[in-house]
Design a protein around this ligand. Structure first.
Ligand code: SAM
Length: 284
């Protein structure tokens, strides 16, 4: 097996193929075996699992995954990486490579065709420029999933994990926490990658809930309220909801709904929990 996850071997691989990392694809290759071990152990991969890897790059983490999983489906956008991946992954019979943009791929169909509709475990060192659309796309399109274990920008991991009362709390926190239980499992400095990113990174595991932790009749309505609340997070919730185009909520309606759930009319959206947003959406 070619152990790519060291600085020396990664440099040699890049030189051998005369390959330069592409900024436009968010290419930062992992070069620390301890971090790679940590990601695959946090993802709890076993023989029974079919792993979807987004952005395999040179195939570094794919090798770790292929050693443990029953199957790995790796989706890479950069066609110039495909021959390198084919070479590095040739010892593994359980890896399927797909050259595609993950944001344009019908992943639910892929799960149906490649895994008999059974849930994937998603594992990735994500391209940071599209972290949120990838994660929200996986949740919202109802792709069958057990968990998503991913390297993201540290600040984004913090936003996914926090609750009310912190500056990082926002629409992303609530959206992620509606679908999954988030846990940051490692902090990763820039020197674990070639080239080094300009930001700190973290590995976060999102364990999908079978049932959402709160009951709402209309998810879209609740998320519209949440977006309105955080679009104007320095305003009171009453004003933010009243100002939001398309919601059609008067100040009186907003105040009455808040009173019904026992919250003061001066409260800001950033102080509400997911449960409180769910109750508010039932009232409005
Ligand atoms: N997994 C490798 C590693 O850990 O060394 C590479 C990680 S690098 C941060 C992100 C990878 O995602 C790159 O290989 C990049 O080409 C790929 N990528 C970027 N945008 C993508 C997209 N829309 N769909 C699929 N892959 C993408």
């Amino acid at each position: 097996m070619v152990e790519l996850g060291t600085a020396q071997n990664t440099m040699a691989m890049l030189q051998k193929h005369n390959f330069t990392a592409q900024k436009k694809f968010g290419q930062n290759f992992l070069i620390d075996p301890r971090v790679l071990e940590r990601i695959v152990s946090a993802a709890e991969i076993g023989e029974e699992d079919c792993v979807l890897e987004i952005g395999p790059g040179l195939g570094t983490m794919t090798q770790y995954l292929a050693e443990r999983a029953g199957r790995v489906i790796a989706v890479e956008i950069d066609k110039n990486l495909i021959p390198i991946l084919e070479e590095n992954l040739s010892p593994y019979g359980n890896v399927t490579l797909i050259n595609a943009d993950i944001l344009k791929l019908d992943i639910a169909k892929l799960a149906e065709e490649e895994n008999g509709g059974r849930p994937f475990k998603v594992v990735a060192n994500l391209p940071y420029y599209i972290t949120t659309p990838i994660i929200m796309g996986l949740f919202e399109s109802r792709v069958p999933l057990k968990s998503i274990t991913v390297m993201v920008q540290k600040e984004v991991a913090d936003r996914m994990q926090v609750g009310p009362g912190t500056k990082d709390y926002g629409a992303l926190s609530l959206a992620v926490q509606y679908y999954a239980k988030p846990e940051i499992v490692a902090n990763v400095p820039p020197n674990c990658f070639i080239p080094r990113p300009n930001v700190d990174s973290a590995v976060i595991r999102l364990t999908r809930y079978e049932e959402p932790p709160v009951q709402v009749e209309d998810e879209r309505r609740m998320f519209a309220l949440i977006r309105a609340a955080f679009n104007q997070r320095r305003k009171t919730l009453v004003n933010a909801l009243n100002n939001a185009p398309g919601l059609g909520i008067s100040k009186e309606q907003a105040k009455a709904a808040l009173e019904k759930i026992g919250l003061p009319p001066t409260i800001r959206g950033e102080a509400l929990t997911l449960e409180q947003f769910a109750r508010l959406s039932r009232e409005l």
